[in-house]
Design a binder for this molecule. Structure first.
Ligand SMILES: Cc1ncc(COP(=O)(O)O)c(C=O)c1O
Length: 358
């Protein structure tokens, strides 16, 4: 039986994508073998890879002045690749600290550059985002980095900061959840395993005028200029992941594109927060204007009942609701592929659990 999977990543994939992959697993594109077994340089695979890129470009409205790269090493690899590609030794870079993932990006960047933290939400316990209009890049910043959605804290920016320096965004847990104006960013990156497909790829969308400045010691596989010239195939890419990413993008197009996704995601999040706010038993610690559509952490009034809550949820076909190991509590990740019915099943279960234990 297929369950509702609320994991934060790797996360649920659209059922249509999985059944399509299943139907062509052993004989893909008339090749008489699976997509995993063909050369990444074969005409059939290169076509699939390029098609995924063009679908991503059209969904997000990526202009020709941007490169789209499919890299390995996850978003974590980009925490290093970004300063290596965009700064010279001794450069100053600005970071916004809104939670666990921006903290990791800051820690890594400190190995390569002089990091200036220009905004820090420590005062609220990282349950908020800076007010709109309060973030600015300092003099000489090579770029300003922020995390539009903090996957662990469930904290999301409802706006895009306007700053002078090139804006760099870790969109791992929010990319493709709604339309964005790519032209306001210098660089966008996202690990694939939430909204883009399975784990194994990290998409980097980088403005071309930011290329050609990688430090000489930058690993070639993370050198944006070299990878762009090689069609992201300087080495063997994870071909199966790339193929599934393409199928996931096709599914988003079929569902109606990013406006339809935004409507669906907002409705799911609204239903989830309504269930939490409408009860004295559940709570969410995040400031209302910073609540994430994608990751909804919540606490039970009686933490001793958490194990019962999770066990009952599992029995009801609602899996992976435990919060991140660093914070505990519960977390429901509601990425694109989570159907609205999954959220209804969860909110029904929550009401039922409260009736029995609240
Ligand atoms: C916002 C954010 N950034 C970075 C990462 C790290 O991604 P990866 O595991 O692909 O390195 C994650 C993973 O959950 C994330 O949610």
């Amino acid at each position: 039986m297929r369950v509702y999977n609320f994991a934060a990543g790797p996360a649920t994939l659209p059922l249509d994508v999985l059944t399509r992959a299943q139907s062509e697993l052993t004989d893909w594109a008339g090749e008489g073998m699976s997509v995993m077994e063909v050369s990444h340089r074969s005409t059939a695979f290169v076509h699939t890879a390029q098609r995924a890129e063009s679908t991503l470009r059209s969904l997000l409205g990526v202009g020709e002045d941007y490169e789209v790269l499919f890299l390995q090493g996850g978003a974590t690899g980009q925490f290093s690749a970004i300063p290596l590609n965009l700064t010279a030794p001794g450069a100053t870079v600005d970071y916004v600290h809104t939670g666990a993932w921006s903290a990791k990006a800051i820690k890594e960047a400190k190995k390569y550059a002089d990091v200036r933290v220009v905004a820090d939400e420590a005062a609220t316990g990282y349950a908020s985002v800076p007010d709109m209009g309060t973030i600015s890049s300092g003099p000489g910043a090579a770029y300003l980095h922020y995390t539009p959605n903090e996957t662990i804290g469930g904290v999301e920016f409802g706006y895009v900061p306007t700053v002078e320096a090139p804006l760099v965004a870790d969109m791992s847990s929010t990319i493709l959840s709604r339309p964005i104006d790519v032209s306001t960013f210098g660089l966008i990156y996202a690990g694939a395993q939430k909204n883009l497909g399975p784990a194994g790829l990290c998409v980097v969308i980088v403005r071309r005028d930011l290329l050609h400045q990688a430090r000489p010691e930058t690993p070639s596989i993370w050198d944006y200029t070299q990878m762009a010239a090689a069609g992201s195939m300087l080495n063997t890419p994870p071909t199966f992941a790339w193929y599934l990413l393409g199928l996931t993008l096709d599914w988003i197009v079929d569902v109606g594109g990013l406006s339809a996704m935004a409507e669906r995601n907002q409705a799911k999040a609204t239903a989830m927060y309504a269930a939490i706010d409408g009860s004295d038993y559940y709570s969410n610690p995040v400031a209302p204007n910073a609540r994430s559509w994608m990751n909804v952490p919540f606490l039970l009034a009686d933490p001793a009942r958490e194990a019962d809550f999770l066990a009952g949820a599992r029995e009801a076909g609602l899996h992976n609701l435990e919060g991140h190991r660093s914070v505990g509590g519960m977390r429901a990740s509601l990425y694109n592929a989570m159907p609205p019915e999954g959220v209804t099943a969860l909110t029904d279960y929550m009401a039922d659990f409260e009736r029995h234990h609240g």
